[in-house]
Design a protein around this ligand. Structure first.
Ligand SMILES: Nc1ncnc2c1ncn2[C@@H]1O[C@H](COP(=O)(O)OP(=O)(O)O)[C@@H](O)[C@H]1O
Ligand SMILES: [Mg+2]
Length: 324
C-alpha cells in the first residue's frame, strides 16, 4: 500500500514543475503523515513564506518551528547550511560567523558544482539521520530546481572534490539518498501537456539513472464533475443552447433567472470542455505509469483562499486514495 511507504520513509522529496502545487502538496502530505502519530518536519528550500502562510505561521527559519501538533517547519538555505556545517563538523563557530558574513561564502557555495544542493541535502540528512529528531522529513524543492539534478549534486560534487571531510560526508549523503527504503520521491503534476510529459520523463530518469523510486504521483487541480449527480452532467452535455437549459430547469422545477441563463450555459460548457481535456492528459500520464495505485488525483479547490482547512481537506483526499 503506497501509504505505508509514505509513513516509513525518512525523507519524502516533493518534485515537479513550478506552479503545479508542490508547496501545497508538501503541506498536505506533511499533515497526512503527522496524523499517523509521526513527528514530521517539512522543509522549504530558500523561499520562506509559502509554506508558513499555508499554516498561518510566521516566516520559517533554519530552526524547526512547530506548525501544529507533530508537525514542524523549517527553512533551508545553502548559506545557513554551510555555517552550520562548519559549526557541527569542526566546532568552528568563531570562524563560521565571519565566514558566512563574507563574500567567501558566496564564492564557495557557487564554485563547486552542486555544492549548494549538497549543502542543503546535507542539512536534511543531518536532521534525519544524525539528530533523528523527526520520523519523516518532507522536502519541498525550489521552483526553478529540478529534483533529478538536485539529487545528482552530491555525486557531481564528489567527482570534483573527491577528498577531504566534505567528500566523506557527501558520500554518506549519496548512499542515504539512494536507499529506496529511506528516501522516496513524490511527484506533483497537473493534467496539462507539459507537466504530464515532464512527469513521465522525470519518473524514468529517477528510476533508470538514480535507481530512485517514485512512491506517488499527484495529479493536482483536476476539475471535479460539474454536478455531483452524473445524470445531471450527462443531461447538460446534451444541451445545445441556453434555451434548452431553460427548458431543463423548468422540467426540474428549478428557478433560473433568464438573464443569467446564457452565462450559465457558457460557463458550464467551458467547464466541461476543460474537464474533458484534463481527463485526456491525465489518461496519458496514467497509461505511462507502471503502477496506477501510486496515482493520486487531487481536485481543484474552488475556494476563496488557500489555508489550513484546504490543506486538511487535501490530506484527507490523499488518504482515501493511498490507503485503499
Ligand atoms: N488543488 C488545488 N486547488 C486550487 N488551487 C490550488 C491547488 N493546488 C495549488 N493551488 C494553488 O496554485 C498555486 C500554486 O501552488 P503552489 O503549491 O505554490 O505551487 P508550487 O509550489 O509548485 O509553485 C497557489 O496559489 C495554490 O494555492
Ligand atoms: Mg513552491
Amino acid at each position: 500500500m503506497p501509504l505505508d511507504a509514505l509513513l516509513d520513509r525518512q525523507l519524502l522529496i516533493i518534485s515537479g514543475k513550478g506552479g503545479v502545487g508542490k508547496t501545497t502538496v508538501a503541506a498536505a502530505v506533511s499533515v497526512l503523515v503527522s496524523r499517523y502519530n509521526k513527528r514530521v518536519l517539512v522543509c522549504e528550500v530558500e523561499g520562506k513564506r509559502a509554506l508558513s502562510s499555508l499554516f498561518g505561521s510566521d516566516e520559517l527559519t533554519p530552526t524547526p518551528r512547530e506548525l501544529r501538533p507533530n508537525l514542524y517547519g523549517m527553512n533551508i538555505s545553502a548559506e545557513e547550511s554551510l555555517k552550520e556545517y562548519f559549526d557541527v563538523q569542526f566546532h568552528m563557530k568563531r570562524l563560521a560567523k565571519p565566514l558566512v558574513a563574507s563574500q567567501l561564502v558566496y564564492y564557495v557555495t557557487h564554485a563547486a558544482p552542486g555544492l549548494r544542493d549538497l549543502l542543503m541535502l546535507g542539512k536534511v540528512w543531518h536532521e534525519a539521520v544524525r539528530k533523528k529528531s523527526f520520523d519523516v522529513i518532507v522536502l519541498d524543492t525550489p521552483a526553478a530546481g529540478h529534483a533529478v539534478s538536485m539529487l545528482r549534486s552530491p555525486a557531481g560534487f564528489l567527482q570534483a572534490v573527491p577528498l577531504g571531510p566534505m567528500a566523506r560526508n557527501a558520500r554518506e549523503v549519496v548512499e542515504w539518498l539512494q536507499d529506496p527504503q529511506k528516501v522516496s520521491i513524490l511527484l506533483v503534476s497537473m493534467a496539462e501537456e507539459m507537466p504530464v510529459n515532464e512527469s513521465i520523463e522525470t519518473t524514468q530518469l529517477l528510476e533508470e539513472r538514480l535507481g530512485m523510486d517514485v512512491t506517488a504521483t499527484f495529479i493536482n487541480m483536476l476539475y471535479p464533475p460539474l454536478y455531483e449527480d452524473r445524470h445531471a452532467e450527462e443531461t447538460f452535455r446534451t444541451l445545445e443552447n441556453p434555451e434548452q437549459l431553460v427548458e431543463e430547469a423548468k422540467r426540474a422545477k428549478a428557478k433560473l433567472n433568464a438573464k443569467s441563463t446564457a452565462a450559465l450555459f457558457e460557463a458550464g460548457s467551458f467547464y466541461l470542455a476543460r474537464r474533458d481535456l484534463q481527463q485526456e492528459h491525465r489518461q496519458v500520464l496514467v497509461a505511462a505509469m507502471k503502477d496506477t495505485s501510486r496515482i493520486v488525483d487531487l481536485p481543484f479547490m474552488f475556494r476563496e483562499s488557500f489555508g489550513k482547512q484546504e490543506i486538511d481537506d487535501l490530506a484527507t483526499v490523499m488518504r482515501d486514495q493511498l490507503a485503499s
